[in-house]
Write a new protein. Structure first.
Length: 453
């Protein structure tokens, strides 16, 4: 590992780690995008609205997997950088067991409260049957989705980003192939999309689990796979910022869905059109976020190892490079959202003129400041990687919880649906400023550490 993370140029390392991470995150996003496209073409906008109502469950699984996966991967990198391989092994073993326990608890709770959850997530009477049909199947795949995401983070931290990418890619390919087959020739509707997703997740998990016998930096043994409450707390402490970021997205989704349904009933668009349009816009934006999160995750093993080895100049170089890449990607995404709005929306079905009118305006306004979201995501990931979870957690909370949720609750009271739309660019702008302040202070701290080490 020293020959890889401690010596190679940061720019080369970031390409080696970030590109597979980006592809992995993109492929993860495609699970839902592909479902949405084929459901939109085969079922209609009510089916798309149903996947939007179901999406918070996916967010919960990602929150669980990031809590364990990012936490385990970051601790693993830090221990490797410090030369403590036995502790690194125990982190991986405990992470795998914690993942299994968390997955079981999740599935039981979801099946116990499935219909109330769908109502809470914004399902109307027209949407509820589709949402229940979809989620009652995809819940079976949740443990495999959690497992794949946890394992892919561990594999990437072990210095095998391409294998990590392959884990996710193979499942997405299966999903993409089976989706149109199940929906159109077999006429399975949303159930077909759900089963295609589950089968893809199972295959991804099997490929990821195979790597447990082939770690490059440590020799995993059966005795390492045991649960430790103290270990799990330490792992959760590191992964909490990424988890909270997903939880905040969950709260945003629930509040946003219910607000759109409530204020939509007073307009010509009704309840279902705003909900369906929002689901598409959020998932399209998830593609941009996937690239940025991929950059952040690709940065973390490099930053964590070199911070643990006290090579602060390399930490600065990597952090600066990742911020630049994230800003560049954010700008490209913003241009696509503003210029190619209609072609993007057309991928998800024909709908009707009223639907397209609302969806076009929603995308342009809601994503108006998407050009700056990269700074907040990368900065939050950086602080997690260097063992400063509190700062990472604060940054994770800025856009979604501290700014967006209050705005989306207050502004619609005066502006209706327009108030919901403009809440996002305002929150993005303020979160960018806060992240900039954190980054400047950290830069001074790294300079101090470099001078005194």
């Amino acid at each position: 590992m020293e020959n890889i993370l401690g010596i190679e140029k940061p720019s080369k390392l970031l390409r080696s780690f970030a590109i597979p991470s980006i592809i992995s995150m993109l492929v993860s996003s495609l699970y839902n995008i592909v479902d949405q496209i084929f459901i939109g073409q085969g079922v209609g906008y009510l089916g798309n609205a149903a996947t939007n109502v179901a999406y918070p469950l996916t967010t919960i699984t990602l929150a669980i997997s990031l809590l364990i996966g990012i936490g385990s991967a970051s601790r693993y990198s830090l221990y490797l950088g410090a030369g403590q391989k036995e502790k690194a092994r125990s982190v991986i073993g405990n992470g795998v067991v914690a993942m299994l326990i968390a997955s079981l608890i999740y599935v039981v709770l979801v099946f116990l409260f499935l219909e109330p959850l769908m109502h809470a997530f914004g399902a109307t009477d027209q949407i509820l049957p589709y949402a229940l049909e979809y989620t009652s199947i995809t819940t079976f795949g949740a443990p495999f989705l959690i497992g794949t995401n946890v394992l892919s983070n561990m594999i990437r931290a072990d210095g095998s980003p391409k294998y990590s990418m392959f884990c996710v890619l193979i499942g997405a390919l299966v999903n993409t192939v089976l989706d149109p087959i199940f929906i159109f020739p077999f006429h399975m509707g949303v159930a077909g999309a759900a089963w295609a997703t589950v089968l893809g997740q199972v295959i991804s998990f099997v490929v990821g689990a195979f790597y447990l016998k082939h770690f490059k930096q440590v020799d995993m043994q059966l005795k390492d796979f045991r649960f430790s409450f103290s270990q799990t707390l330490q792992t959760a402490g590191i992964g909490i910022s990424a988890c909270i970021n997903q939880c905040s997205i969950l709260f945003v989704q629930v509040i946003l869905n219910n607000s759109l349904v409530y204020y939509g009933q007073f307009t010509e668009f009704g309840q279902e059109i705003p909900l369906a349009a929002c689901g598409i816009v959020m998932k399209v934006n998830a593609i941009l976020l996937a690239v940025i999160i991929g950059i952040s995750q690709g940065t973390q093993p490099i930053v964590g190892y070199n911070y643990g080895a006290k090579k602060y100049q390399r930490v600065k170089q990597t952090f600066r490079l990742s911020l630049g890449c994230a800003l560049g990607v954010s700008m490209v995404g913003w241009l696509c959202f503003q210029i190619f709005t209609q072609p993007i929306l057309s991928l998800f079905g024909t709908g009707n003129p009223l639907y397209f009118d609302f969806a076009t305006r929603f995308m342009k306004v809601f994503l108006l400041m998407a050009c700056v979201i990269g700074v907040q995501v990368v900065s939050s990931g950086y602080f997690s990687a260097v063992g400063k979870p509190l700062k990472g957690m604060v940054l994770s909370l800025t856009r979604q919880v501290l700014f967006f949720i209050p705005l989306v609750l207050i502004l619609p009271k005066f502006l209706g649906l327009d108030g919901i739309m403009i809440s996002a660019p305002i929150a993005d702008s303020v979160a960018f400023i806060v992240s900039g302040v954190f980054v400047m202070k950290e830069w001074k701290h790294l300079k101090y550490l470099q001078e005194t080490s």
